[in-house]
Design a protein around this ligand. Structure first.
Ligand code: FAD
Length: 286
């Protein structure tokens, strides 16, 4: 973990673009609460194939206008170079200087992959068209991407994103800290020397967590799954146990030198704020 200790810790909150007027109002409130914690930035997800293009843009511009740092996600699958370029241009003109560059997953029913196949191609495109105007984050998978044909192959592909010009990485969420430490060691062994910020998913609803985890390949350790399952409909106990598990995970990651945390907030401030308070963040890490 030595490579990670030299980076100043960055704490960030991920949001998704709401669909309804009520969702927009709720997100404003959530943002107000989270902004009090002074994160380094907010990020806003982007539906692959451009399905949330306008909503992501509007949400990003609103957050930027409020005076916060904001990093739009940009998934390239199903898009053309021209589409991606015009969106990047809008962000650049608006003063946005950070992008989370992703491949995304082709929405069901959409057959055409578009002009980009992988996130590394998007990173290279951003560098080619916009030089170093944007700080570029990419996704990392300590438990490996679910479609990867092997761990080694997935790692090589991760490396390709860094070689294409990415500045830092945010991981898929995980509950096995050792997978993250091992991933960082693999990076160190090949000279990959960028911040790799752990993605943190607070535990709210068991069925939702199982659904997300099955699709993104994040493992819920058996004992955690069994405990959560055992609580049935008792959402208070699920959240209480989840808070203990996730706070312990964050504590361990930070103590070992993780360069910050990226919270998947799901547009809700409650659990993230409690974890934040329990960890007494922000704090200097050494
Ligand atoms: P890539 O890095 O391109 O990898 C995808 C797969 O292709 C991997 O299995 C990799 O091993 C393989 N691969 C890569 N390069 C090659 C190559 N040259 N040849 C063969 N195989 C290759 N999704 C969204 O739609 N919107 C979002 O806003 C969003 N935000 C996210 C934020 C974070 C922090 C994370 C971790 C994920 C996010 N996702 C989002 C999910 C992500 O889009 C999916 O996990 C997607 O399946 C992979 O995207 P990627 O950018 O990691 O792809």
């Amino acid at each position: 973990m030595e490579s990670q200790k030299k980076f100043s810790p960055a704490f960030s909150f991920e949001l998704f673009p709401p669909q309804t007027p009520q969702g927009i109002e709720k997100l404003r409130l959530t943002r107000q609460q989270l902004a009090e914690l002074s994160p380094k930035f907010f990020s806003v997800t982007f539906g692959a194939g451009g399905s949330t293009r306008e909503r992501t843009l509007e949400t990003v511009l609103e957050i930027h206008a409020e005076g916060h740092n904001v990093a739009p996600h940009l998934s390239c699958i199903g898009s053309t170079r021209q589409n991606i370029h015009s969106l990047l241009e809008k962000y650049f003109q608006a003063g946005i200087r950070q992008i989370v560059a992703l491949r995304g997953d082709l929405p069901s029913g959409m057959a055409q992959p578009g002009e980009f196949r992988y996130a590394s191609e998007l990173v290279a495109f951003i560098r080619q068209e916009f030089g170093t105007s944007f700080h570029v984050d990419v996704a990392a998978y300590p438990e490996y991407h679910p479609q990867a044909r092997s761990a080694q192959f997935d790692f090589e592909n991760f490396k390709r994103k860094i070689e294409s010009g990415a500045n830092s990485a945010i991981t898929q969420y995980f509950y096995n800290a050792d997978a993250y430490f091992h991933f960082v060691e693999c990076c160190e062994a090949v000279g990959v020397n960028i911040p790799i910020v752990p993605g943190i998913m607070p535990i709210n609803k068991f069925s939702q967590l199982v659904r997300f985890s099955d699709s993104c390949g994040a493992e819920i350790p058996r004992w955690v799954r069994k405990k959560l399952e055992g609580y049935g409909d008792d959402s208070e106990s699920i959240q209480a146990f989840g808070l203990d598990i996730v706070t312990d995970l964050c504590e361990r990651l930070l103590n070992e030198g993780a360069p910050g945390l990226h919270f998947y907030t799901l547009n809700s401030a409650d659990l993230t704020s409690i974890i934040w308070q329990r960890l007494q963040l922000p704090r200097h890490i050494n």
